[in-house]
Design a binder for this molecule. Structure first.
Ligand code: NI
Length: 170
C-alpha cells in the first residue's frame, strides 16, 4: 500500500473524463487500496482516480475518515442514476487545498456502481453522503466543484488560486 501524490488544479487530468474499468484484477485492487490510504492520510472523505493522476472510473469515499470500516466505499464505474432536491453547502476538494466554496448539490442521490469483483452495487445517499458521492462522480466526468458555481464565483475562485500559485502557496 502506498500513499500517492495528489494532483492539484489546474492539472489537465482533472478536467478529462475517465474511462470505464473493464479488468477487475489485482492492479485495480492495488490502485483502490492506495487511493484509500491516500484519502485517509490527506485526510479527506473522498478521492477520485484523476486526483492521483489516473483516468480509471474509480473513486473511494469514507465519511468516517478511517474510524469506521463500514463507511468505506470503493466504487468502480459509478454513475448517478437518480437525484432529488437541491441544497447549497460549503465544500472542499483535495485538489484545491484550503479552498472552501458553497456549491449546490442534490439532497439525495442514487448511485449504481460495481465493487472490486465487478458485482453490481446500488447506494442511496442523503445530505453529506449525497454531496460527497456527487462530487466524486463529477471528478470521474472531468467536472470540478468550481464548475458547479456561477461564472462570477468561478472567476473569483480562479483568481484566488492564481494568486496562491504565484505565491507558491498551492
Ligand atoms: Ni474533489
Amino acid at each position: 500500500m502506498a500513499i500517492l501524490d495528489i494532483v492539484k488544479y489546474p492539472e489537465p487530468v482533472l478536467m478529462e473524463p475517465t474511462s470505464a474499468v473493464e479488468e477487475f484484477d489485482d492492479e485495480l485492487r492495488e490502485l483502490a487500496a492506495d487511493m484509500v490510504a491516500t484519502m485517509h492520510a490527506a485526510p479527506g472523505i473522498g478521492l477520485a482516480a484523476p486526483q492521483v493522476g489516473r483516468s480509471e472510473r474509480l473513486c473511494v469515499l469514507d465519511l468516517s475518515v478511517g474510524d469506521d470500516e463500514a463507511e468505506l466505499m470503493v466504487l468502480v464505474n459509478p454513475r448517478v442514476v437518480e437525484e432529488h432536491g437541491n441544497v447549497k453547502d460549503e465544500e472542499g476538494c483535495l485538489s484545491f487545498p484550503d479552498l472552501m466554496i458553497i456549491v449546490p448539490r442534490p439532497e439525495r442521490v442514487v448511485v449504481e456502481a460495481q465493487d472490486l469483483d465487478g458485482n453490481p452495487i446500488r447506494i442511496e445517499g442523503e445530505e453529506l453522503l449525497a454531496r460527497c458521492l456527487h462530487h466524486e462522480i463529477d471528478h470521474l466526468d472531468g467536472v470540478l466543484f468550481i464548475d458547479r458555481v456561477s461564472p462570477l464565483k468561478r472567476d473569483l475562485a480562479r483568481r484566488k488560486i492564481r494568486r496562491r500559485i504565484q505565491a507558491q502557496d498551492w
